[in-house]
Write a protein that binds this ligand. Structure first.
Ligand SMILES: C[S@@+](CC[C@H](N)C(=O)[O-])C[C@H]1O[C@@H](n2cnc3c(N)ncnc32)[C@H](O)[C@@H]1O
Length: 237
């Protein structure tokens, strides 16, 4: 998924390869997200490794959140996976809800953090509860939109933006699509190109939609050798 976050040796099966193989089957079936449940289910049985399960919150989010406190504010973590970022924002005092489309991911996360104050919910970004619309002071989107093919990117971006309450903030972390890649090309929508399908600057700027305005868009160096540069971007309603 992101070679910067998956440490494997020459003798260990590459978690990214298994994720891509499952994604390829899903995409062939016209189902851009079904592979997540298969991957998390395999991981819960010990037969696969979730490449992004690195056991700590994303460094760019930790940096962004420095000196911010969440007391009295609500947060929603999109595509929360195994809870690393949700637990971090909960620890800053936000009343945190976190959701993922994968039932196995949510089950594993609840078991991993039995005393968590985060409300973990199984939900699809494209079909969220009505009460979530424009409902959260902080929305955290990290690596989820890039994990879906470009064919659903515009819809996914708008669905994330729609979750931000009036006066609220959206923070987005994503891999940068390398310089030189054509901005609007859909050549990267096939299974060979991803996941992930990193975001161009235009695609990260596109979160300023549905009434959100851009506060900042920054490009940071990769977390480790061979990884992607990262976008860390903030928007406000
Ligand atoms: C690359 S993983 C990143 C997980 C987590 N954000 C992290 O950084 O550890 C993308 C996550 O998005 C979830 N996801 C994908 N499509 C989704 C959708 N339509 N609705 C909710 N979650 C989704 C996947 O199950 C997966 O956990």
């Amino acid at each position: 998924m992101d070679s910067a976050t998956s440490a494997t040796s020459a003798t260990t099966p590459d978690p990214d390869e298994r994720a891509r193989a499952l994604a390829a089957v899903s995409l062939e079936q016209g189902d851009p997200t079904g592979w997540f449940e298969r991957l998390y289910a395999e991981a819960s049985e010990g037969s696969a490794v979730v490449p992004w399960d690195v056991g700590h919150p994303q460094a760019v989010l930790v940096d962004w959140a420095r000196e911010r406190r969440g007391e009295g504010r609500s947060a929603l973590v999109v595509g929360c996976g195994l809870g690393r970022d949700a637990e971090f924002f909960s620890g800053l005092g936000y009343t945190t809800t976190a959701f993922d489309i994968s039932e196995s991911a949510v089950r594993t996360t609840r078991a991993r953090f039995p005393d968590s104050r985060v409300e973990y919910v199984i939900a699809d970004l494209f079909d969220v509860p009505a009460a979530w619309r424009r409902g959260f002071d902080l929305v955290v989107e990290s690596l989820t939109v890039q994990s879906m093919p470009r064919s659903v990117r515009e819809r996914a971006t708008a669905a994330v933006a729609e979750l931000v309450a009036p006066g609220g903030t959206l923070v987005v972390s994503a891999a940068c699509r390398p310089d030189g890649a054509a901005d609007d090309a859909d050549d990267a929508d096939d299974a060979e190109a991803g996941p992930p399908w990193p975001l161009t600057e235009k695609e990260i700027a596109a979160f300023a939609t549905g009434g959100l305005t851009t506060v900042s868009i920054e490009r940071k160096p990769p977390a480790g050798p061979g990884g992607f540069d990262r976008w860390i971007a903030e928007f406000r309603r």
